[in-house]
Design a protein around this ligand. Sequence first.
Ligand SMILES: C[S@@+](CC[C@H](N)C(=O)[O-])C[C@H]1O[C@@H](n2cnc3c(N)ncnc32)[C@H](O)[C@@H]1O
Length: 276
Amino acid sequence: MGNPSGDPAYALARSHEEYERLGRQALFLHGSTERLLRDAGLRPGMRVLDVGSGAGDVAFLAAGIVGPQGSVVGVDIDGGALRVARGRAEALGLANVHFVEGDLDTAEAGTGFDAAVGRLVLMYRADPAAALRAVAARVRSGGIVAFQELDLDPAVTVRSMPGTSLWNDTGTLVIEAFRRAGMQVRMGRRLFGAYTAAGLPEPTMCDEALVGGGPGFGGYAWLAGVARGLAPLMPSLGLDAPSDLDTLADRLRDDAVTNGTVVWTPSFIGAHATKP
Ligand SMILES: C[S@@+](CC[C@H](N)C(=O)[O-])C[C@H]1O[C@@H](n2cnc3c(N)ncnc32)[C@H](O)[C@@H]1O
């Protein structure tokens, strides 16, 4: 079921388990998101808007860059996620990070920001360019708009070498679930057109996949976590959820280690531009 904005229903669970998964995912993605924000020009003292904050991780990353002289406002439609985010901000002693509940298009989160950022949020919107336009309207002229989104294409993004069937099968299942749930599975590559359609300049873009092997790679737990987050929805999409989710990460790891395999996550594509 969609919502009044025409967006498809959010594909992932809204639960404490999911908020914890977001926190683990954030550790996995920390380096690539930080590189994007720094390349985009985030610097100390800036006022930043983070849209689709979830449990707050991108807001906290931005707060670390802008420092105590700067500030961050996070927006999310999910009040439960924001309760977690506020608790974490307090525990981290971040007095300059605040969260506002609401749709990123319309929430009373303010305007005139030096930067607006978001990670893995436009893929859930029926009209990502319209969402980007609404976000950009909150940024001052000369300010930054930076987003990082997944690009999910089974033909090129499910990769392992030499091939392991469990990694590839799980990756393909996850992509198919997102696709059938109506998410923007190619949001990463669509960022370019979304920026220009939103009236922003052609963005500078980068493509990062996390690649690894051996017992210590974080990708097995990441992929198993996404599969778990989507599993409750899979039957209604005509898909069979993985049989034993509790052991999936271990099985992905064992499979890769046994076969001496290197595995790739899908692409996380970053885009940034300066508002004219
Ligand atoms: C996959 S989570 C990513 C959270 C966070 N950006 C991160 O990377 O950890 C996507 C978040 O976007 C939020 N979201 C989706 N559509 C939204 C909308 N229209 N307005 C505000 N938040 C939205 C969801 O509630 C969810 O918390």
